[in-house]
Design a protein around this ligand. Sequence first.
Ligand SMILES: *Cc1c(COP(=O)(O)O)cnc(C)c1O
Length: 378
Amino acid sequence: MRKIEMVDLRGQYKNIKTEIDESIQSVIDTAAFVKGGKVTEFQQHLESFLGVKHVIPVGNGTDALQISLMALDLKPGDEVITPTFTFIATAEVVALLGLTPVLVDVDPNTFCMSVDSLKRVITPKTKAIVPVHLFGQNADMEQILSIAKENHLYVVEDACQSIASRYTFSDHTSCMSGCMGNIGCTSFFPSKNLGCYGDGGAIFTNDDDLAEKMRSIANHGMSVRYHHDRVGVNSRLDSIQAAVLDVKLKYLMEYTQKRQAAADFYTQSLQTIKELKLPTIGPNTSHVFHQYTIRVLNGRRDELQQYLKENEIPSMIYYPIPLHMQKAYANERYGVGDFPVAENLSKTVLSLPMHTELDEEQLQYIVSVIKKFFQNPC
Ligand SMILES: *Cc1c(COP(=O)(O)O)cnc(C)c1O
């Protein structure tokens, strides 16, 4: 059996090596390493894949979030609501811009922003909501968008883990993840569902004015060369990364189906283990399984992780500490106990190997080891 990896980027590369190598070589041949034609080609291909008017390629997913918030012209002290159970970047950019991150708890089934908690924290200072489509499924966007509309709030989607996931509204229209709010952000970090061979990210929007503003912010606040209308940053996707992404985008639906098939296998095989809670897919969304995250309900999560490790199966805890319990975000607003769902998740979640190259033998082996663990009494 091949060694089991959490993410198998080498195996994936082997299958598309010729195409990737040619695409990278074409960039080297033209020497257009920054702002080259490859970036524009990829941008256009991604726009049509997503059915969104504007894709703005940037340096990474964190920059995508930061540039999005910069474009909203918020004032210091304005409040931005985001879940406490996410990767730090989501709240980090809010804090960096002098805005106030207001954290909310998550739904115990989908791990995405709890709509009830969201409703409770809206104040006259609230200006934006940043839902995170965690692990590959969309947050409850129909409700979030309607709350945003009622309260005149911007919605910036963190779609770093959910590219190619689809959300269906009650009127039967559907949208790709990241294309529902005012702005959507994604990351092309190597291990993401559409990953490059370094850092990369993109911003999505259907709003022409916001698109123009964000393009300018990503390019030193410039619209006409050497005329700086606003304070910006330097954040761009380089051409070699675009060359990789343009090839991989063609395979994204196939890759997504492979992840979903691996997830189905896990779910079919593990559903009889009563000590486990398997991923639940929320209503109206598809799940692209950036992570397949189980919950160990009998307090033996760390023990299971150790047992898997002894049997050469990697696993990860995303995320071990919710944001409200992080030192850098300590705040008189909240303390331990304030977000019971997130706190419980941080103690019970375990993400199993999930990628496009998992074969049946590996999957069989992983579930057999998990089953064996639960046959042993504590
Ligand atoms: C990966 C990720 C980011 C940050 O993306 P980078 O490209 O690493 O900057 C932000 N939010 C979430 C939820 C992520 O998973």
